[in-house]
Design a protein around this ligand. Structure first.
Ligand SMILES: Cc1cc2nc3c(=O)[nH]c(=O)nc-3n(C[C@H](O)[C@H](O)[C@H](O)COP(=O)(O)O)c2cc1C
Length: 228
C-alpha cells in the first residue's frame, strides 16, 4: 500500500498483540525514522523505546521524539512522525499518537511519542469511515490535497488548522477555535505538521514536488506555506 493510499485507510490503533517485534524489524523502523525527511533546518532525534520505559500509552513500542521547543520544531516533529505513522500502517503495523504517554525517565528535550506494534485491528475501508470536519470548514478549496489533509489525525480530533490554496502554494495555518482552545499546551503545532505531511504526500501523488516550506507567524497564528 502506498503512503497516499494509507491516508484513506489508517486509524489510531489502541489494541496490540503483547508480543514485541523482533530485533530486525525494530532496527528497520529505527533506520527509517533516523533517515526520515524533516523540514528544512530541523534536526529532531527519534529513538525507539519499549513499553516498560514508558508511562501510559497502549503499544508495546514507541518512537520518542526529541527536539527543540520552537513552534517550527514541534511542527517538524508532527510532520516527520506522521510520515512514520503512514509508513508503519502501510506495512501492516498499528500505530497511535500519544500525547498522554511519556518516558518514565525525564528528558528536557522529549516532546511526544508515536506508539506502534503488531495488531489485528483492521485498517479503515475508506474515507467514509473517518469522522472529520467538512472540507469547507477546513479549506478554501475542495480538491484531492484538501481531502487527504482533512483525514489527518489530530489531538482529540480537533483538526485545529485551515488550508488556504493559492496559485502554486498551499498554506497550512493554525486555527485554534471553539473547543480546540481546550487542547492542552501546544499540541496543535504537532497537528499542523501532521496535516502538512498529508498535504505533501497528496501533492506527490499528483506528481508535484514541494519546492519550499516557509514558516509564518507564531503561536496560535503559526502557519507553514508549501510551494509546489
Ligand atoms: C498530537 C496527538 C496526540 C494524541 N494523543 C492521544 C492520546 O494521548 N491518547 C489517545 O488515545 N489518542 C491520542 N491521539 C489520537 C487522536 O485521538 C486521533 O488521532 C483522532 O481522534 C483521530 O482518530 P484517528 O487517528 O483514528 O483517525 C493523539 C493524536 C495526536 C495527533
Amino acid at each position: 500500500m502506498t503512503l497516499y493510499e494509507t491516508i484513506f485507510a489508517r486509524r489510531s490503533v489502541r489494541q496490540y498483540d503483547a508480543a514485541p517485534l523482533d530485533a530486525d524489524p525494530l532496527a528497520e523502523i529505527q533506520n527509517y525514522i533516523g533517515g526520515a525527511k524533516q523540514l528544512p533546518g530541523q534536526s529532531a532525534q527519534f529513538e525507539i523505546a519499549d513499553a516498560d520505559r514508558l508511562k501510559g500509552g497502549f503499544a508495546p513500542h514507541a518512537i520518542l521524539a526529541f527536539a527543540g521547543d520552537s513552534d517550527l520544531s514541534l511542527v517538524n516533529v508532527g510532520y516527520t512522525l506522521q510520515g512514520a505513522d503512514l509508513w508503519l500502517q502501510s506495512i501492516g503495523y498499528g500505530s497511535v499518537w500519544c500525547g498522554m504517554a511519556s518516558p518514565k525517565e525525564q528528558a528536557p528535550d522529549y516532546r511526544i511519542l508515536l506508539g506502534f506494534g503488531k495488531t489485528d485491528v483492521p485498517l479503515r475501508r475508506g474515507e467514509g469511515d473517518f469522522k472529520r470536519k467538512k472540507i469547507s470548514d477546513a479549506s478554501n478549496a475542495d480538491n484531492a490535497v484538501a481531502r487527504a489533509a482533512r483525514l489527518a489525525p489530530s489531538a482529540v480530533n480537533f483538526q485545529p488548522w485551515r488550508l488556504v490554496f493559492e496559485d502554486g502554494k498551499v498554506t497550512v495555518a493554525a486555527n485554534v477555535r471553539g473547543v480546540g482552545k481546550l487542547l492542552p499546551g501546544r499540541l496543535y503545532l504537532y497537528d499542523l505538521g501532521i496535516a502538512l505531511k498529508h498535504v505533501e504526500v497528496a501533492l506527490e501523488h499528483e506528481g508535484k514536488t514541494v519546492t519550499s516550506f516557509t514558516p509564518r507567524g507564531s503561536g496560535k497564528t503559526f502557519a507553514v506555506e508549501a510551494a509546489f
